[in-house]
Design a protein around this ligand. Sequence first.
Ligand SMILES: Cc1cc2nc3c(=O)[nH]c(=O)nc-3n(C[C@H](O)[C@H](O)[C@H](O)COP(=O)(O)OP(=O)(O)OC[C@H]3O[C@@H](n4cnc5c(N)ncnc54)[C@H](O)[C@@H]3O)c2cc1C
Ligand code: FES
Length: 328
Amino acid sequence: MRVTHSGRTVEVQNGETVLDALLRSGENIPYSCKAGSCQSCRMRVVSGSVPEAAQVGLKETLRAQGYFLACSCRPDGDIEIESDIQVQSVVGVVRARDRVGEDVLRIRLEIDDELDYAAGQFVSLVRSDGLARAYSLASIPGDPSLELHVRRMPGGRMSGWIHESLGVGDAVSLRGPFGSCFYVPGRPDQRLILAGVGTGLAPLLGIARDALARGHEGPVDLFHGALVSGRLYGVDVLRNLERCHRPFRYHACALNESQGDPETLRVGAISDIVLSSVKETLATSRVFLCGDPGFVNDLRKRLFLAGASMQEIHADPFTPTGSTTDAN
Ligand SMILES: Cc1cc2nc3c(=O)[nH]c(=O)nc-3n(C[C@H](O)[C@H](O)[C@H](O)COP(=O)(O)OP(=O)(O)OC[C@H]3O[C@@H](n4cnc5c(N)ncnc54)[C@H](O)[C@@H]3O)c2cc1C
Ligand code: FES
């Protein structure tokens, strides 16, 4: 099997993905999770066809136009492909970096061009050596800068570099936007349930602010979980949002806490807390889940079994690069 891209033809070895074949041949193709989850490697087939598995997770309209994920594509015939023309590339200059949690940095980036994104989507941050990782946007369109929350992973190449070396005034490349976990206006009385752990807060914060800015009137419940309360971050921002917007409620959740002030802290597993708090209205609610893939996939299943509609559950699992985690 051969794949032709930008006038060059590359042999795809047995069982190899299009992404790996192009990378092996020295092409600079953006990617992040290599697991069909982040969409950073989205491309378009110009002639020939791609297997169904290469289009899992893409919207019907994109599938019809021939878009596919290069990291999930093991072609069964020769194909010609092109880069994704819908994806924008911008340069972001770091204007602020603040430690907002024990291992979380908030980065504010000023970009050199408009980025047409929806709050809750994510971008691929590309280092000058080609290393790329997905980071969710905590900002909303109209904010003066893009906001990212980056958790430092032990031994993490990109997050370690961001924490240690990326300084104010430095520039990085960004590609995107990607993802379909965002607020779509309509049904302003519906209850919104947002739940996340760790930096899963970043897209949820964007989605909540966006919904409120668009006049959402139904309850907006944001659940943020950590092992202990000291590892929760963004508490002031969320409490402030609560003060300024009547429909918004922030639920801080900590797993390993001996006791909490019931006014400000819920103690226990965040999934159990979410389920027990929203059970009655689940069938008519819209749900957003972000962060650790184990948490997202488990809660998605439990909410569905408890009566939520699958169409109303929007999820962004932060699948690590090279993981075989099933994001569906
Ligand atoms: C759609 C999407 C959105 C994302 N948004 C954010 C975000 O807003 N903020 C953020 O901090 N991260 C986010 N991520 C995760 C991010 O893309 C990187 O995976 C993360 O920063 C680690 O990259 P790294 O290069 O530092 O680690 P790597 O060098 O890739 O990995 C180092 C080690 O850590 C392990 N590892 C990496 N990630 C995890 C994990 N999540 N859980 C357990 N082990 C892990 C790896 O398996 C490896 O052993 C998102 C991912 C996706 C797919
Ligand atoms: S979907 Fe292909 S690299 Fe993430």
